[in-house]
Design a protein around this ligand. Structure first.
Ligand SMILES: [Zn+2]
Length: 185
């Protein structure tokens, strides 16, 4: 997946963050954590381009290995517990949800090692043929890219719907304030 990770992360985070949050401000924080998780695995592109000379398959870095993440979270929780610090379980959970959404969305066209370390089988649904020199065009000009556009459209629709709801709320509040003033005068 190329462009729909963040929109998909938004759709997921706005469904789970308010349910896990203890307060509205906490929901916004968890929302940001979920969004970060939904794009974080692609941080390996920095290593891919700058340090590794494009030698390793992008999805073979540890950031795209599913088994790594629960282990890393438990290790982080263990370290915090040893340091007698509070373990932010809710944030961990939302971040992990974002990560696993990313990996699930990378699976159909990119392939993910879901069985590692037991198996090196790459789970893949659609093999994208190499037709262009720049790999990005192979994905953009493949029919599977339509699914990415659909996710983006879905997220944009929900985002705009929230904007309209906020406008309506503001208009109602302004009208109520106006009515209050009129009754006082
Ligand atoms: Zn990825």
């Amino acid at each position: 997946m190329l462009i729909a990770h963040l929109p998909a992360g938004y759709l997921l985070a706005r469904r789970i963050a308010p349910r896990l949050a203890a307060a509205p401000a906490d929901a916004r924080r968890l929302m940001a954590v979920g969004l970060a998780g939904s794009v974080f695995p692609d941080i390996d592109l920095v290593i891919f381009y700058l340090a590794d000379g494009r030698q390793t398959l992008h999805h073979d870095y540890w950031t795209h290995i599913p088994a790594f993440w629960p282990a890393a979270m438990l290790a982080a929780a263990g370290l915090l517990w040893l340091a007698r610090a509070k373990v932010p379980w809710r944030a961990f959970l939302v971040f992990l949800a974002g990560i696993f959404l990313h990996l699930a969305l990378d699976t159909p066209a990119g392939g993910i090692l879901w069985g590692w370390p037991v198996s090196l089988h790459r789970f893949l649904l659609v093999d994208i043929p190499t037709r262009f020199d720049w790999w990005v065009w192979n994905f953009v000009l493949h029919w599977s890219f339509l699914a990415e556009l659909a996710v983006c459209a879905w997220a944009a629709r929900e985002f705009r719907a929230i904007g309209r709801f906020r406008d309506l709320k503001r208009a109602l509040q302004a009208r109520m304030v106006g009515a209050e003033r009129e009754s006082i005068e």
